[in-house]
Design a protein around this ligand. Structure first.
Ligand SMILES: Cc1cc2nc3c(=O)[nH]c(=O)nc-3n(C[C@H](O)[C@H](O)[C@H](O)COP(=O)(O)O)c2cc1C
Length: 306
């Protein structure tokens, strides 16, 4: 027999009543009844985060979360140990530190296509990032060929051409600012010149100043219902950036693409992305055509202990 709530299934015959699941549940929906773990009968998807902590903590494998796909960590392009890694064991910090410090934003790519299996594995790794209230409401749109990336680049370039034309209009800028709409004035001060130069380079030198010649792109968006959609997307992106480096890929976040797609929703429509979704991160990917000699430092961070 299985005790099933909307989102947690507990096999009572396997439960040893250790209470581990109760301790790790962030929503307090589990309790012991007659020494057997029990999910509150009113457990709805709203209360249970479906985070899988109970399932992960159970020494008897008595708990399953039907919504979680156990095959998601079956990666295609590399083999991994499926066993949980306890804190402080197995993975030397110096290896992770070297990876974190060696990743750089890549702005020169070879035209070799990125294998779809690698893109899929990157996304599988992305979704192991934390997400606000475990909503996991992210969406991933892959552009896996250079022509697709170029076509998106053209739409974004057209957007910035229109933007620069508007920003050139002194009267429009100032009158909008007068009524509190300072975005155009801010754009003019901070981006107009660099965007103008980049577009001239794209036009005259056929240099891809937007996606840097990348042959692949992953757009990370959110579907409605996420509590922290932007943060979720950037955390997922961070997994992708680091994992890409280990796979021999270069990567770069492209904020200009996100800004254009946010301001002109027709661009995502061209890609078949539903209107209900919002794009929060764009990750350019490809085999790097640049290399570095060393790890540089960073600016001193402001650290405060109180
Ligand atoms: C939110 C965000 C947006 C970014 N947008 C762009 C972009 O549009 N184009 C670009 O070339 N780099 C972009 N970058 C990359 C940064 O310029 C880069 O991370 C920074 O210069 C530090 O270099 P590193 O990534 O090599 O350590 C972006 C980075 C972030 C975090």
């Amino acid at each position: 027999m299985h005790l099933t709530s909307t989102c947690v299934t507990i096999a009572p015959s396997r439960c040893a009543g250790c209470g581990n699941c109760i301790r790790v549940c962030p929503s307090d929906i589990l309790s012991l009844k007659n020494s057997i773990a029990h999910a509150a009968s009113d457990t709805s998807t709203a209360r249970c985060l479906q985070c899988g902590h109970c399932m992960a903590a159970c020494p008897e494998s008595a708990i399953t979360i039907p919504a979680l796909d156990p095959d998601l960590q079956d990666f295609t392009t590399f083999a991994t140990d499926p066993a949980w890694l306890p804190p402080g064991r197995g993975l030397p910090t110096q290896n992770l530190a070297r990876l974190i410090c060696s990743r750089r934003s890549c702005r020169h790519y070879k035209q070799t296509p990125v294998e779809k299996d690698k893109l899929t594995d990157l996304i599988r790794l992305a979704v192991f990032a934390p997400s606000g209230t475990n909503s996991q409401a992210w969406t991933f749109t892959c552009l896996s060929s250079r022509p697709e990336v170029l076509a998106l680049g053209q739409s974004i370039k057209a957007f910035f051409e229109r933007m620069n034309k508007k920003a050139e209009n002194f009267l429009l800028r100032k009158s909008l600012a007068l009524f509190g709409a300072k975005t155009l004035d801010h754009y003019y001060t901070n981006y107009y010149e660099s965007v103008k130069t980049a577009m001239e380079q794209m036009e005259k030198e056929k240099r891809d100043r937007l996606f840097h010649g990348a042959p692949a792109l992953i757009l990370i968006g959110s579907s409605p219902g996420a509590s922290c959609p932007k943060e979720d997307a950037l955390l997922a992106a961070s997994n992708i950036l680091l994992a890409a480096h280990t796979m021999g890929l270069g990567s770069c976040l492209i904020g200009y693409a996100v800004a254009a797609m946010g301001a002109d929703r027709s661009i995502q429509k061209e890609l078949g992305i539903p209107e209900s979704e919002t794009i929060h991160a764009a990750v350019a990917l490809g085999y790097p055509d640049e290399s570095y000699q060393r790890i540089t430092g960073r600016k001193q961070p402001a650290i405060r202990f109180r």
